[in-house]
Design a protein around this ligand. Structure first.
Ligand SMILES: NCCC[C@H](NC(=O)CCC(=O)O)C(=O)O
Ligand SMILES: NC(=O)OP(=O)(O)O
Length: 324
């Protein structure tokens, strides 16, 4: 594996999930694989889970880790080409990425969308340039349109908590929020679970209010509905997530009906397990009675971020050995 940006970078979902669960039961099995190799983690936005779980995964593999908080400690970054840098930006991504590639064997980068111009965000300009100029394998720590380490982990978590012979019904349910949030997490969850559905691993439904459709490139084959209660019927897993509008890009519309998952809504499901990528706004996105109750998987899900990151880093390290 030379890059980890979307589900398209993974050949077989069942294999990678099984491999991640084997790493979970034997975390140090490959502790020599990353010896004398350096992972660089570059953050242009805040992070708790991605930062710590990816570091932990690298430690299990024997790697050294360097973290760069570009937003706070780096020079102001320019990404546009063909302009004279006579304003506030100090360093171009061409040099910044290339230099970081000199110090690191694998790089990870987090960069959120600005939610101002859809074409700019969905063009993934910064990410593409970072990959093009750094010269080493790159793992997405969440980009403008996707969060693949999260979605891989979500699939691992569903697999780990499903023990019946039939396929689980997985529902992604839009939730309220006080701010306009990116579509990266729901896009990514949708593209991974749609692929999992195509590989016969689950049935996948997306419920959202009118005006909150995601881009069709991520939702191929998913059942789509504007009726939350109907979607929740028979659900085995409910994945709660807010996102701002893709159609009326980055905007938040007033929603009259309550979309927050609470005990009453959970009662419509098949004793569903409840997931959320975190951070979560209690009693806005998700009722605390659910978060604090036995149906919540959010802490186990966050814990599994280590195994999602570790299987990706392991595959990248193995590729580096092959390329040597
Ligand atoms: N990396 C995980 C999710 C990041 C982001 N959440 C946030 O920005 C929360 C901000 C707040 O609640 O104010 C999102 O949902 O896309
Ligand atoms: N879920 C997730 O990516 O969390 P952080 O933003 O804290 O890394």
């Amino acid at each position: 594996m030379k890059q980890f940006f979307s589900v398209a970078d993974v050949a077989d979902l069942s294999n990678i999930v099984d491999e991640a669960l084997r790493l979970k039961s034997n975390p140090f099995a490959y502790e020599h694989l990353g010896k004398r190799k350096t992972l660089g983690l570059v953050f242009l936005n805040p992070s708790l889970r991605t930062r710590l779980s990816t570091q932990k995964a690298a430690i299990h593999l024997g790697m050294d880790v360097m973290v760069m908080n570009m937003d706070k400690d780096g020079w102001a970054l320019e990404t546009r080409d063909g302009i004279a840098m006579n304003g506030t930006t100090v360093e171009h991504i061409r040099e910044a990425a290339a230099v970081m590639g000199q110090y690191c064997d694998i790089l990870g980068i987090r960069s959120f969308p600005k939610l101002e111009d859809r074409d700019v965000d969905y063009g993934e300009d910064l990410f593409r340039k970072f990959i093009a100029f750094c010269g080493v394998p790159v793992v997405s720590l969440e980009s403008a349109t996707r969060h693949p380490l999260q979605s891989l982990t979500d699939l691992i978590t569903i697999r780990e908590h499903w023990h019946q012979p039939r396929k689980p019904k997985v529902v992604m349910a839009w939730a309220p929020h006080v701010k306009a949030l990116p579509q990266a997490v729901p896009n990514s969850f949708a593209e991974w679970m749609s692929r999992a559905q195509a590989e016969g691993l689950m049935d996948f439904t997306i419920a959202h209010p009118p005006g909150y459709s995601l881009s069709e490139q991520f939702t191929q084959g998913a059942t789509m509905t504007n009726l939350l209660d109907e979607a929740l019927e028979g659900a085995d897993f409910v994945y709660v997530k807010n996102w701002s509008s893709y159609e009326d890009y980055g905007k938040v519309q007033h929603i009259s009906e309550s979309w927050m998952l609470d005990h009453a809504k959970l009662a419509l499901t098949n004793q569903a397990k409840v997931m959320h990528c975190l951070p979560v706004r209690r009693d806005v996105e998700l009722a605390s009675e659910v978060l604090d109750g036995p149906h919540s998987l959010v802490i186990q899900e966050a814990g599994n971020r280590v195994w999602g990151a570790q299987v990706v880093l392991k595959r990248m390290l193995e590729q580096l050995l092959l390329d040597k």
